[in-house]
Write a protein that binds this ligand. Structure first.
Ligand code: COS
Length: 383
């Protein structure tokens, strides 16, 4: 159920203050250390951020999608690495359990994910299955009361901290494509699981991605999430929701960059006046503001449609496509407005420029979003 307006405003204000007072001052430090400090993670736990999307009866805040978007629009206004700490618990790691878990699975996992005591990762991507998610090769073969998992998952966010791995694996290798795939909730401490070391990345230092390797890992039958053979649908529905979340984060980052660009343009003097007085600078500011506003409007609209029970697969992809491409343009203009300072690490703008690049890639590249949008358009034509 939606929060009353006063509680909602309080939540947004609390997150805004947390971002401004606790996160923004340590952005450079987190990037240099490649780690979010433990005391910040603890504060996130205390604020309930790990459980934004988990229903109240399982210990979360049970926010509607619209409310989650409003939180992401605030949380996005700092280095995206901070959001990544809670990202998999709020989104792709937990939502399969929220949407498709049995009562027992929900009771077992959701309260610990909501409190941040447990960390969930989403294991879909593999070395040979990126955009083509239905070509998953990891196998899960039933043997007695266990499924035996073998295979490698790649670029798995938070895997080095995870206690639960929501994993897509092929239960019927004789079926190629989506239909042979099932979803599992795999406890990360089972024998036969190896977590690789975090990859060195272009940006978002402090957020970690690793390989997850399954070698004859015996997973009890009860860990099957949803029906056998229905795992691809689980993954797709989790991603539909995740794409709205990511689009909101992109919009939050863009909001921060528009604000930084405007302030800098008003303060920086050249040719005897503030560069904000020059129309070519104003054009860049105006374009960034317009696009940020458009993304904000889109993402709130898609969230409200989802809250109303609609299928928002197409809208989610429209939001992810537009907002992730948009924040790339906004970050590029921010570098341009800052000039040489935009290229220098101390100003932090170049860090955002690198940080936002991944948004066009993960949870489906821009090209995958275009495919999803166009397929839905054509399907609607047939209906
Ligand atoms: N919700 C529910 N079911 C869905 C769905 C959705 N959003 N999208 C697809 N499905 C179902 C289809 O209805 C179909 O079921 P039936 O065979 O019963 O009709 C099945 O899943 C297969 O769908 P489709 O034929 O569209 O699969 P494709 O192999 O063509 O791939 C794309 C679809 C490209 C959209 C998918 O592979 C994808 O999203 N790739 C990107 C993956 C991604 O985002 N990776 C990031 C990893 S997480 S950081």
């Amino acid at each position: 159920m939606a929060l009353d307006i006063e509680t909602r405003n309080q939540l947004i204000e609390t997150v805004r203050r947390f971002v401004r007072e606790r996160l923004v001052p340590i952005e450079a430090q987190v990037a240099a250390d490649d780690e979010v400090p433990a005391e910040i993670v603890q504060e996130m736990r205390e604020l309930g951020l790990f459980g934004l999307s988990i229903p109240e009866e399982y210990g979360g805040l049970g926010l509607t999608m619209e409310e989650e978007v409003l939180v992401c629009l605030e949380l996005g206004q700092t280095s995206p690495a901070f959001r990544s700490v809670i990202g998999t618990n709020v989104g792709i790691g937990s939502q399969g359990i929220v949407m498709f878990g049995s009562e027992e699975q929900k009771q077992n996992y959701l309260p610990k994910l909501a409190s941040g005591e447990a960390i969930a990762s989403f294991c879909l991507t593999e070395p040979e299955a990126g955009s083509d998610a239905a070509s998953v090769r990891t196998t899960a073969i039933l043997d007695g009361d266990d499924y035996v998992l073998n295979g490698t998952k790649r670029f798995i966010t938070n895997a080095n901290k995870a206690t639960v791995l929501t994993t897509m694996a092929r239960t019927d290798p004789s079926i190629k494509g989506a239909k042979g795939i099932s979803a599992f909730i795999v406890p990360a401490d089972l024998p036969g699981i190896t977590i690789g070391k975090p990859e060195a990345k272009m940006g978002q230092q402090g957020a970690h991605i690793c390989d997850v390797v399954y070698e004859n890992c015996r997973v009890p039958k009860e860990c099957l999430l949803g029906a056998e053979g229905k795992g691809f649908g689980v993954a797709m529905q989790v991603l539909d929701r995740g794409r709205i979340h990511i689009a909101a984060v992109c919009t939050g980052v863009a909001t921060r960059l528009v604000s930084e660009s405007t302030t800098y343009a008003a303060e920086r003097h050249q040719f005897g006046e503030a560069i904000a007085g020059f129309q070519l600078i104003q054009a860049m500011l105006a374009d960034s503001q317009t696009e940020t506003y458009a993304a904000r409007s889109m993402v709130l609209d898609a969230a409200r449609k989802r809250d109303a029970g609609g299928n928002v697969s197409m809208e989610a992809s429209c939001c992810k496509l537009f907002a992730s491409e948009m924040v790339g343009r906004v970050a590029d203009r921010a570098v341009q407005i800052f000039g040489g300072a935009g290229y220098v690490a101390d100003y932090g703008i170049e860090r955002f420029y690198r940080d936002v690049r991944i948004f066009r890639l993960y949870e489906g590249t821009s090209q995958i979003q275009q495919i999803v949008i166009a397929r839905n358009m054509l399907k609607n034509l047939e209906a």
